[in-house]
Design a protein around this ligand. Sequence first.
Ligand code: GTP
Ligand code: MG
Length: 297
Amino acid sequence: MTTPTIQWYPGHIAKAERALLEQLKLVDVVFEVRDARIPLATHHPKLQSWIDRPGTKKGRVLVLNRVDSIPSAIRQGWEQWMRTQGETPYFTDARQGQGVKSIAHAAQDVAAWVNERRVQRGMRPRPVRAAVIGFPNVGKSALINRLVNRRVVESAAKPGVTRQLRWVRISSELELLDAPGILPANLVDQSAAVKLAICDDIGQAAYDNQKVAAALVDLLCGLNLTGHATSEPVRSTGDRVLDDRYGLAPGMLNGEDYVPALAEFRYKGDRERAARTLLQDFRKGILGNLPLELPPM
Ligand SMILES: Nc1nc2c(ncn2[C@@H]2O[C@H](COP(=O)(O)OP(=O)(O)OP(=O)(O)O)[C@@H](O)[C@H]2O)c(=O)[nH]1
Ligand SMILES: [Mg+2]
């Protein structure tokens, strides 16, 4: 059986991308927001070329949001690895506010040239203009709401919530552009596409819950997050968290066999319900703080 490929590029995203490119002419800084659970799969391959376009000078601030959803050792691993790539990542939790103030400062530092030039010319300083860009559902609008400490833009647990570009004044020093989530028109790397589906970053119509839940089980069973020596036999993270939550460890089963087994064990054979429960529990963090990508060694 061949697995249908996952593709999702709804009309509103194509439209949003065109409008965003237009607005980027006004922007001094781009906040590139990624999901800390999948920082590689939420990297947009075209973003840097948009930033580098001739015309207006732009800075970039890399934000890994949902830092609350990964263990701190993994966060440190990403930080080190990204630095070897010449990147300075900022980690944020847009729900609780951790790290959010630092990104506002970073935007002002990165775009300090805006007002240095104005002051030299005897002009009054103006707010730095930053666009918040990233895949759907990574928490762009939540970050903006956190920065103003008010619910100024809509933010909810599904992809495609923001449909319009909207400027929000954060302070006399910073203005932010809330943009709809964007995606490459073609999801070439299907292992990345599956992770986007697991993290609820693409529309549900684009994939099969049971296959995606099976892929989640396989990814979790490939993880070993214990990180400390133990006298017990080594169990995969997936084996441990799924056993703890559902009373059924995958053991030797792969994801494709585990989902029906879980359905039999807990949901009267209802595979769709088993799959949805697995995905929901992962997305809500009920299974724990579980990354789906680890920093390359
Ligand atoms: N645990 C956790 N949840 C977050 C975080 N940031 C955002 N969320 C949640 O993620 C969901 C999506 O947030 P949004 O702000 O709507 O995401 P968005 O990137 O604006 O999404 P689109 O507008 O659809 O592209 C919401 O339920 C937020 O509460 C975070 O740092 N940690
Ligand atoms: Mg939004």
